[in-house]
Design a protein around this ligand. Structure first.
Ligand code: FMN
Length: 266
């Protein structure tokens, strides 16, 4: 079967998931693509509906070994009918535990057929140039591999005449899921005098945790510690203050400095 269109769906506060999903789509090379970026709260209001005639490439980062809780309700609300789906997780060189299996299970319950899955490595959200973890990932090699994976998906689709004939991908993982998806409630962002109150951080925060009227005010109950505001501040006014997250940054840098390689399952 020929797939004429693909929907690229991703939650990607620091951009690594987005770039791998796009690279896979380049390899698949469908006629048309539509991007559905669910990083912002406003994009998670409408549920997604898909059909058998389009390919879904759906990506999330791994948070505590799991699919981020912030997008789980939206993912569970997807309405699909036999839609072939590619499940993508990005993790920060520690481990993806059961996140890929969890994503596959969610999309399957929504009516998709999970025909492929992969786990790629992205620079850890807590990484910075002084204390890096998986810095610069995904790199050129990763993105080339993502394109190759995309081409293999295309071949898998072309070898059959209907979605029901495509074997489901065997995804590693355990149930009950091992990771505890509860995130830390922590006041860890330092805002310096360089802040111009431009509002970029509040606009891009995936959790709506930053007050648009005062970038120094953060609702720690909503904050998901994704560090998008630190990365995207045009004045470099935001940083991590000492504490739980900063300690984790050093721990990750020390314990997970050996390069891991992407894996894919078809
Ligand atoms: C709250 C939180 C929890 C995370 N948990 C894990 C984890 O369990 N294992 C891991 O290897 N990386 C973990 N990471 C790192 C992200 O999975 C990784 O940096 C990913 O590439 C970020 O994707 P994005 O750039 O699309 O936002 C975590 C990041 C955050 C913010």
């Amino acid at each position: 079967m020929n797939i004429e269109s693909a929907k690229l769906v991703y939650f990607s506060p620091t951009g690594t998931t987005q770039s791998v999903v796009r690279a896979i789509a380049r390899g698949v090379n469908p006629g048309t693509t539509e991007e559905i970026d669910i990083t912002q709260p406003a994009a998670r209001v409408q549920p997604l509906r898909t059909s058998e005639t389009e390919l879904l490439i759906i990506g999330v980062p791994v948070y505590m070994g799991r699919v981020p809780a912030i997008v789980r309700d939206w993912l569970n609300a997807i309405v699909a009918r036999n839609t072939p789906a590619v499940c993508v997780v990005l993790y920060g060189n520690r481990t993806y535990e059961d996140a890929l299996l969890e994503l596959k299970t969610i999309v399957t319950k929504s009516g998709c057929r999970a025909i492929a899955g992969c786990a790629f490595i992205g620079e850890h959200s807590f990484s910075d140039p002084a204390v890096p973890t998986a810095q610069g990932r995904p790199d050129q090699n990763d993105l080339q591999l993502a394109e190759t994976f995309g081409r293999k998906i295309r071949e898998k689709l072309q070898a059959v005449s209907a979605v029901a004939e495509i074997p489901e991908a065997k995804i590693p993982g355990e149930f009950p899921y091992r990771g505890d998806s509860r995130l830390w409630t922590v006041d860890f962002i330092e805002v310096s005098d360089a802040c111009t109150q431009c509002g970029t951080c509040a606009e891009r925060c995936p959790a709506g945790a930053i007050d648009p009227a005062d970038a120094k005010k953060i609702d720690t109950k909503l904050c998901i510690t994704c560090c998008s505001c630190i990365r995207q501040c045009p004045s470099h006014a935001r940083s991590m203050r000492p504490g739980l997250v900063k300690d984790a940054q050093l721990r990750l840098h020390t314990l997970y400095n050996e390069r891991k390689e992407p894996e894919y399952f078809l």
